[in-house]
Write a protein that binds this ligand. Sequence first.
Ligand code: PRP
Length: 175
Amino acid sequence: MNEIIEPLISEEEISKRIKEIAKEIMCDFTQGKITLICVLKGGVFFMVDLARSLEMQVEIDFMDVSSYGNSTVSSGQIKIDKDLENPITGKDVLLVEDIIDTGQTMVQILAHLRAQKPNTLKVCTLLDKPERRKVEGADFDYIGFTVPDEFVVGYGLDYAQKYRNLPYIGILRFE
Ligand code: PRP
């Protein structure tokens, strides 16, 4: 079967939306300093472009997580493979994700981060796929685009580790 990518969100649309989101963030984070936390790997592309649009002091840190145990049992529990390098206690933090799907990753990462008592903790996701939500509490403050329940790739999002480097977002189809 061939893999076909049907364009969904163009490079220009992504770039324009990121600048708009950056303005909102700069209005809200008035302390002039922000810590961006990126969840590897998908969120990297978005976080880098967002960081470059923020006219303020930006620190970055990374987390990596994976699903716990047997993938056939959907416990929804995640395992932290890489935690933050620096403590976020008292800091103004923005968690940056590429997509919220079931919401399980977001809910658990938020609980983990809240325990460190940051001064502010907000969430920015490039994409939201609300039709797939399984849990409550995966709330976000800033969003790029709402997407349908399709397999989306590009701009960080992969299929079997491919297509992350596409500059646009598309729907993967098999023909
Ligand atoms: C994706 C995405 C989120 C998570 C969302 O990561 O980056 O972290 O899934 O899914 P959920 O809402 O159902 O929990 P993935 O596990 O594919 O890893 P990757 O970013 O390294 O591709």
